[in-house]
Design a protein around this ligand. Structure first.
Ligand code: GLN
Length: 542
């Protein structure tokens, strides 16, 4: 395809959020890539926050960090996992970011004294960003997911951008409505009416859907398909059945079976091509294959809002564990274990014995920390495989200094500002940010290099002596404790060459006890499981 004719596919939600726009966007991208096109994906998040870093993960889900240190929406993780490319800040925007740019332009007279208006200047800035992302990735197809659902005030300017792009280049823009078809229990029948309303609301924003992805508990049957076609003005072959599945990685194959890729190519005036989803089909085999089940406890403070949100806040960790499991031909079960329970009754610690491994994921703040430290001690002493991610590495170091080096006051200054033994401290630049309430985008963010120590499990797992991983933290290991801790057995096996910061610790004489200051979960892909997750699950399955 000529570089000049870039194509854009907007993914828009109908009826309610949380039905799988992100996975739909990612799956369409995967299908187009399997046809030999280059495709990228971009998320337009309606929030006024400049990035997701300042959003509550319990409400908004995981903060996904890119190589270039952008704090973005969890859907970006799905794009990376399905498209198998690294994205950057060009692939993410929020309402706040768009307005910030327009206001900065206005302040520097970029609009040459004209009145700056919500329309057209805001959608124009949105379009500029969408096009920049397409250029940056040199993408034939750019899939733009608009957050939220049609009919909200919040995302109307993103829809306006889609409308304006289509008006200018009608052949280059397609719109996919991802909508939900409920089956009310007392009726027992799939209802199309909410989706009809969504399609019409989309019409009133000046957009006609080219395709409807019909999400729901069941397959879309013939009568429902015909209804959608008539009432939403979408060809019935372009009403795609997308029932719930047990693994999101089955969706590209399911969608390809309905020829979603070629149908979109037709809308966009591009000749059909064969898809090659063999790697996806092989992955599905692996997912189904595992015989043995490995049980893993994820220990942290309990958010108290139910499994659903918890899972959303740690979506990349969950996916990375699964990737590691499939690479070891095992199935995996993860339980959320509330660390505060261990504070109330330490006797409950022995319940951890029924698990094959313990993960302490990233986190912030004071609540549940003492319970987490107890759980880490239990895993260390009972030789249960342990994997600490970010806070999980910091707290493992504190546990070791307390209980092995005997410095009972060891702590992180995040919890105890005046601790006598600041094993985890804050560097002066970060302290300055906190003092000035400069929280947004100021943590140690994004990809940093790390040199690995020879003769360690870590270097063996990676098969490399230098790696790069993504970070998101404000506090860090205090090098005053390095030598003593290392000598006593919690070895420092990964160091950032520029800053000399400790990136990885690994315990000697333990089946697997590794803590990492970074977030390896962000770089794990179903087809390319992260080496440390793979090794961790391997140790768990022994
Ligand atoms: N709270 C710790 C810090 O800011 C760890 C952060 C994390 O786990 N992402 O350094």
């Amino acid at each position: 395809m000529s570089k000049k004719t870039r194509k854009f596919i907007f993914i828009i939600g109908g009826v309610m959020s949380g039905v799988g726009k992100g996975v739909t966007a990612a799956s369409i991208g995967a299908i187009l890539r399997s046809k030999g096109f280059s495709a990228t994906a971009l998320k337009a998040d309606p929030y006024v926050n400049v990035d997701a870093g300042t959003m509550n993960p319990v409400e908004h889900g995981e903060v996904f960090v890119t190589d270039d240190g952008d704090e973005t929406d969890q859907d970006m993780g799905n794009y990376e996992r399905f498209l198998e490319i690294d994205l950057d800040s060009n692939n993410y925007m929020t309402t706040g970011r768009v307005y910030q740019a327009v206001i900065e332009n206005e302040r520097s007279m970029k609009y040459k004294g004209r009145c700056v208006q919500v329309v057209p200047h805001i959608p124009e800035e949105i379009i500029r960003r969408i096009r920049a992302s397409a250029e940056k990735q040199d993408a034939d197809f750019t899939i733009v997911e608009i957050g939220g659902t049609v009919g909200e005030y919040e995302n109307i300017l993103f829809l306006e951008a889609a409308r304006m792009m289509k008006l200018k280049n009608p052949g280059d823009v397609a719109s996919v409505l991802v909508s939900y078809l409920p089956v009310p229990a007392h009726i027992g029948e799939m209802k199309t009416k909410p989706t009809q309303h969504a399609a019409r609301t989309l019409n009133s924003a000046g957009i006609q859907a080219d395709m409807i992805v019909a999400r729901g508990p069941h397959e879309l049957d013939k009568p429902r398909r015909e209804k959608l076609a008539v009432f939403c003005g979408v060809d019935k072959d372009y009403c795609i059945s997308a029932p719930d599945v047990d693994s999101i990685y089955k969706i590209p194959v399911k969608m390809d079976a309905q020829d979603v890729g070629n149908k979109l190519l037709k809308v966009l005036g591009v000749a059909a091509r064969k898809s090659n989803l063999t790697p996806w089909k092989n992955l599905i085999k692996k997912i189904n294959d595992g015989k043995k089940t490995v049980k893993i406890a994820v220990v942290g403070k309990y958010f108290g809002t139910g499994q659903f949100t918890l899972a959303d806040s740690y979506i990349s960790v969950i996916e990375a564990v699964k990737h590691g499991a499939w690479a070891n031909s095992v199935k995996v079960e993860m339980d959320w274990v509330d660390s505060e329970e261990f504070e109330k009754s330490p006797a409950k610690l022995k319940n951890l014995k029924k698990y094959n491994g313990v993960i302490v994921p990233g986190g912030f703040g004071t609540r549940g920390v003492e319970g987490i430290i107890k759980a880490i001690q239990f895993a260390r002493e009972n030789k249960i495989p342990y994997f600490g991610l970010c806070y999980g590495m910091q707290l493992a170091s504190i546990e070791f200094v307390r209980n092995v080096l005997g410095k009972k006051q060891a702590h992180t200054v995040e919890v105890d500002e005046n601790t006598k033994e600041p094993v985890i401290h804050i560097n002066p630049n970060q302290a300055k940010n906190v003092r000035a309430n400069r929280y947004g985008g100021t943590m140690r963010l994004g990809a940093y290099d790390c040199i690995l120590r020879k003769d360690t499990k870590t270097i063996k797992a990676y098969g490399l002596d230098q790696i790069s991983e993504r970070h998101r933290h404000r506090y860090e290991f205090n090098n005053d404790y390095r030598e003593a801790m290392d000598k006593a057995g919690l070895q420092v096996v990964g160091i950032n060459p520029e800053s000399d910061l400790v990136e990885i610790v690994e315990l000697k004489n333990h089946p697997f006890f590794v803590g990492v200051q970074f977030h390896p979960e962000f770089k794990s892909r179903p087809m390319r499981p992260h080496p440390l997750f793979k090794e961790f699950v391997k140790a768990c399955s022994k």
